[in-house]
Design a protein around this ligand. Structure first.
Ligand SMILES: *Cc1c(COP(=O)(O)O)cnc(C)c1O
Length: 404
């Protein structure tokens, strides 16, 4: 049969056709009124998408650039910081904070699990300058309790800044950034907003701006105060990723359309969509007799699954790609061969979800030959979840590329 290539990866995620058209048409110079209008509009939309009144800035980098910016702008050498690590991206916080000379305390959970708030309470010190964590740890499929950590910091009267890598959390998790007191929350273009890699965005609280007055780590390209000053004039400090910004505007319009023109409602619909795709997938893999890698606190961004005993997960990744054109991801680092991950972040719908589950059934039948396997069990489990939770109709469809 024909195989269409489809991404089921937690970044880059499938591209929104309307954003692809907008990118192709973005032949704009960045020091013009035309660009300033676009930039201002996209920054305003991003605020609503993030759900904050704080400043939101855009950087021409992958998500890690904004992670580094939050460390270099908010800390000084010798500062004590706390990293809550639940996987490969948590380990990245540790590496970055160490690279900038911080004294790093780490609370780490075994892969597939999250930390307890009790462990966080014990590790927090009066002098802790900032707490870094992931909202969803894409390497393990775990969701961490951002709200719980935020409340804990308030109750403890801590001065620590709360910095959240929500690069796969935004668009898959409900946040109340300002009410919870999240100081920095970070997103990336190749995740929920359905455009290619190359842009990072982050919101910055008043408390974080104040902290920057006294922080002494070096920074140049990622100087957030300079970036804010320019953003207020509708410009970026250096040449912006113009076409990606045009694509982002189109994507945020699409997300707004999911909420009947209201971007906050559209964001909620996008999160609910990811939750439904994830719940369908979890039910399906369990019906296949496979085990979830993160059963206790699963993220809606991606579902991580253990292969049958004795099977390298790479076999499943390869089968899905070679027979069905479906690109899923293997485990990262030491988890390679141990798990496979199916993403739900961004432009995934009912049809995609049913399709990947159908293809997984084929792989389960052969070559896996899972004991007791029968066609239709996984699909039936997913159908049931959809019928019970996810059947609310979408208001707008994403036109396929060839449809115009
Ligand atoms: C994708 C991702 C990142 C950013 O990685 P980049 O390759 O720099 O874009 C960071 N954290 C999480 C949780 C991610 O999923």
């Amino acid at each position: 049969m024909i195989r269409k290539t489809r991404l089921f990866t937690p970044g880059p995620t499938p591209l929104l056709p309307a954003a692809q058209f907008a990118m192709a048409a973005a032949d704009i110079h960045h020091r013009t009124a035309e660009f300033r209008a676009l930039y201002q509009r996209v920054l305003d939309q991003l605020k609503t998408f993030v759900g904050t009144k704080n400043d939101v800035l855009l950087l021409a980098s992958s998500g890690t650039g904004a992670m580094e910016a939050s460390v270099s702008n908010l800390t000084s050498p010798g500062d004590r910081v706390l990293v809550l690590s639940t996987g490969k991206f948590g380990e990245r916080w540790t590496a970055i904070t160490k690279a900038f000379g911080c004294e790093v305390d780490v609370v780490s959970a075994p892969y597939g699990q999250t930390f307890s708030l009790d462990e966080v309470r014990k590790a927090l010190k009066p002098e802790t300058r900032a707490v870094f964590l992931q909202a969803t740890e894409s390497s393990t499929g775990v969701r961490n309790d951002v709200q719980g950590v935020a409340e804990l910091l308030k109750k403890a009267n801590s001065n620590a800044l709360l910095v959240v890598d929500a690069i796969t959390g935004l668009g898959t998790t409900h946040f109340d950034v300002d009410a919870w007191g999240v100081d920095v929350i970070i997103g990336g273009s190749q995740k929920a907003v359905m455009i290619p890699p190359g842009l990072a965005y982050l919101s910055v609280s008043d408390r974080a701006w104040e902290a920057m007055e006294t922080s002494r780590n070096p920074r140049y390209y990622f100087d957030l105060r300079k970036e804010r000053k320019n953003a207020h004039k509708g410009e970026s400090s250096y040449t912006p990723a113009v076409s990606l910004i045009a694509g982002l505007g189109a994507a945020l319009d699409f997300i707004a359309a999911q909420g009947g023109g209201d971007l906050a409602a559209g964001r909620k619909a996008l999160v609910d969509n990811a939750e439904t795709c994830a719940a369908m997938t979890r039910a399906a893999v369990e019906a296949l007799g496979l085990k979830l890698f993160a059963p206790v606190s699963p993220a809606a961004a991606a579902t991580a699954v253990l292969p049958p005993a004795g099977v390298d997960s790479g076999v499943i990744v390869k089968e899905l790609k070679s027979r069905f054109g479906a690109v899923i991801t293997n485990g990262q680092g030491e988890m390679k061969g141990q798990i496979f991950r199916v993403a739900h972040i961004g432009l995934f719908d009912y049809m995609d979800t049913i399709a990947i589950i159908g293809a997984l059934e084929q792989v389960a039948a052969s070559p896996l030959k899972i004991p007791g396997f029968q066609f239709g069990h996984a699909l039936a489990a997913a159908q049931k979840v959809f019928a019970e939770t996810g059947s609310s109709a979408k208001k707008e469809t994403a036109e396929p590329v060839g449809a115009r």
